[in-house]
Write a protein that binds this ligand. Sequence first.
Ligand code: FES
Length: 104
Amino acid sequence: MPVIKVKTIDGEEKSIDSGVGVVLMEPLRDAGLIDATCGGAASCGTCHVYFEDTNLAGEQTEDEGYMLESLADFVEIREGSRLSCQMKVDAKHDNCAIEIAPEA
Ligand code: FES
């Protein structure tokens, strides 16, 4: 079961367990670390995370890219930016480090 290392919005370091194939938003939301206001529709940006290792971030979906573009005036968008509702956890994500982005 992949363990994801998370730097919270308050700068705390936490670890969360996630199943393979689970949408990353779900364990983050269940742990109270993000709001995920739109429920995973790629329309709120409250699930935005930064992957420390950009190789593990994967490809953004088209809708996700538009959403991140719209956030760019308000929050930093990095190469490792992903909307956690738009990606599934894979075995390669075990021990990967992410940071919760500030809300726009
Ligand atoms: S939960 Fe709203 S954009 Fe991901």
